[in-house]
Design a binder for this molecule. Sequence first.
Ligand code: BT5
Length: 323
Amino acid sequence: MKKPGENVDEKILTLLRARPGRYLSGEDISEQLGVSRAALWKHIDALRRHGYKITAIQNRGYCFVSAPERLTGIEIAWGLRTRTIGKKIVAFKRTDSTNTVAEQLARDGASAGTIVVAESQERGRGRFQRRWESPEGGIYLSIITRPELEPRLAAGITLAAAIAVAVAIRRVTGLNPRIKWPNDILIDGRKICGILTEMRAQQDKIDYCITGIGVNVNCVSRDLPACATSVLIERNAPVSRAEITRAILEAFESEYEVLMRDFQQTVKKWKTLSDTLGRHIRVLVQHEHISGTAIDIDEHGALILELADGSRRQIYSGDVELV
Ligand code: BT5
């Protein structure tokens, strides 16, 4: 949520950031924003307390040096190139679960493209009531959409989100993420991101869809399950979470548009990033283990498994183990 005065803070940052390395006089800023010099000083002081480095030199003014490594609305919105996704940002330092908050907002009529983001979660959720470890350093993001899709095609949203995350992580970090059906993003077999799509639908119409994305960015291994990795672990250096979030939102917007136009195009792209197809796998569906070769994804996003006897099974939801 916006705090009072945040709008002026945002405007000051926009002015200063537009001139990296250059000084802008207090007089100019005060005039452009219609605030007194004393008020301007208070805002600069508040920004510094939030971790922004801004130098001040008498008779020259203020100069932007750096932003804090934070997942605030201001940081995510800075330079975000999307039309609708992330145009409204609800940001928390810590919350229960961003999917739970987003669901409440969607029920109350929040517009498509609204996002909820947190720097840590108390009760992060995975599929089937599982827990999503949500230590500081990660990105916990939920995107509200209202897709004009038949509910039976909703799995496409998870496919599109997985493509978007893989593309975004690669773009920002140079790592090579692969997708494990249906919702895991892996680096060399270790989970760096999980996706949880939840929705409310009528028989033939989706009211809203919440796409929850958890990415281990600057998390250290002692805070994560053994099967997990993070950008920090892989690269040995921290990365801006705001930059990765922006990249995810931009890629999600474009993959979502592809999905709305042509589901098959999404399936095709997903296949190029898949870690699952062509592999011998074991899937846990409810309480049954099914082994076979993952041969395809069908037009509904279901996994097609070829069993030892040559028969085929369509799997709509389950946990895949690569054998
Ligand atoms: C998922 O479930 O992978 C979906 C995770 C979605 C999390 C996001 S964060 C933002 C939004 N708000 C929420 O409350 N949730 C969403 P699933 O496929 O069921 O995988 C869960 C399993 O992954 C757990 O049982 C662990 O084995 C493992 N796991 C838990 N935390 C992890 C982490 N941080 N990194 C990697 N693996 C983890």
